[in-house]
Design a protein around this ligand. Sequence first.
Ligand SMILES: [Zn+2]
Length: 268
Amino acid sequence: MIFGVLTVLTQIGGLVFLIYKPVGLYIKKRFKKAYMRTPIKILTFSVIYLVATTMVVPIFAIPFDRVPMPMFSSEGIPIKPRTILTCLTNRHYVKLELRTEIFRIAQSFSKKHPKAEILYLDANFPFLNGFPLLPHLSHDDGEKLDLSFFYKDPKTDESINSSPSWIGYGSFEEPKKGETNQPGVCQKRGFWQYDITKYLTFQRGKPALEFDESKTADLIKSCSSSSSIKKIFIEPHLKSRLGLGGYDKVRYHGCHAVRHDDHIHIQL
Ligand SMILES: [Zn+2]
């Protein structure tokens, strides 16, 4: 069960667990008391896992044409994960072409918006095409990357490089009266998974953060102008609210996916 859970969540965690197993058995023999044994086992596994994730996986991912997105933002490349957990679970790998392109977009975006940093969410696992990154249907080939919306302080209009939910998903910019209500349509058609991210996340930041329409629209326009990026997914009501009617790459993804009025999906 541990092997299965770790594999589904991190791709390599199950394998690391198998490597750790003989060490775990040695610790079990060496320390008879459970209160000593358990923390030593957890610590040992964590160290092996961290070394594998940060030092070994990036090297072995190269033949699969996958490179890691950066763990931290820098002045030259202002893009970072919404949560470091994305990197610690190996969910931040993309093809080199996609990383090069999003770096270029982040650099030119920062010239226009010096205080704003692009936050990325789930990308892909480092190995094997077709290995699913749950709960995403399509993030299985290094060609997909989710980006956070931009938010601002409602009182000062200042950029806040954060999002209402701690993983960036699940805080929906709901359709307003008169806008196309695609989430409602999908729910009526029985697609129960459409707003599942609402139940997977904790949201405390909503009143303090306001959806920054103009920066979010700017980011989508930058992605759209890239020749490498072929498709961008957001909900239809946001496409029209953000004035993206003429942008053909900005499309609707269908009811079988999860709703996209909490993040942007881009792909090669
Ligand atoms: Zn996506």
